[in-house]
Design a binder for this molecule. Structure first.
Ligand SMILES: C[S@@+](CC[C@H](N)C(=O)[O-])C[C@H]1O[C@@H](n2cnc3c(N)ncnc32)[C@H](O)[C@@H]1O
Length: 162
């Protein structure tokens, strides 16, 4: 959305190629951020933490803390993944993304390991990595997709405690 001001990273080049804007796109692992310290006002993660193994979340948060400027903010949108019920292999979240000029209907899915993640998990992780939560922009119960409703925690904002 902010074009040239943005550096977008992903481990998969195909994902970056899908983006049609003039921001800088770099193949990079969020757990190994090769970016200058204290160089960003905002870091955002949109349904990406759900794709990472939980063991690397602390490293991701610490790296984000390092690259944020004083007073910067880490914004993350992600999903609550409950305990895996027997017999289910995949966790899929249907999503309607309402942007100023368009609406995108999509779904994101991951292999459903034995992990759970929710708002409390991310807040505890943020505290452990020296952030403090500055806002919770909302917690919606479910998407309007018939009876396939999934709890979604949206719009977390964390800022470094320095
Ligand atoms: C749901 S997609 C979101 C894509 C994009 N951020 C957007 O807003 O459209 C999640 C992305 O996280 C990427 N991803 C997973 N693990 C990653 C990691 N360790 N570092 C960087 N990107 C990762 C996946 O390749 C996938 O493209």
């Amino acid at each position: 959305m902010n074009g040239r001001q943005v550096i977008a990273i992903d481990t998969r080049i195909e994902e970056l190629k899908e983006v049609a804007n003039n921001g800088l796109k770099v193949v990079m692992d969020a757990a190994e951020l090769g970016l200058q310290p204290s160089s960003f006002e905002v870091v955002s993660s949109f349904f990406s933490l759900m794709y990472m193994v939980q063991g690397c979340h602390p490293k991701v948060f610490r790296g984000i803390h390092r690259v944020l400027k004083d007073g910067g903010i880490f914004l993350t949108w992600d999903v609550k993944i409950p305990s895996r019920p027997a017999g289910k292999a995949l966790f899929v979240v249907p999503l309607r993304i309402v942007l100023p000029d368009t609406v995108v209907d999509t779904s994101y899915g991951v292999r459903w390991h034995r992990r759970c993640q929710d708002l409390a998990y991310f807040k505890a992780l943020a505290r452990k990595t020296d952030f403090h939560a500055v806002r919770e922009a909302g917690s919606r119960k479910g998407c309007p997709y018939g009876d396939r409703t999934v709890p979604i925690d949206v719009g977390e904002g964390f800022t470094p405690s320095r």
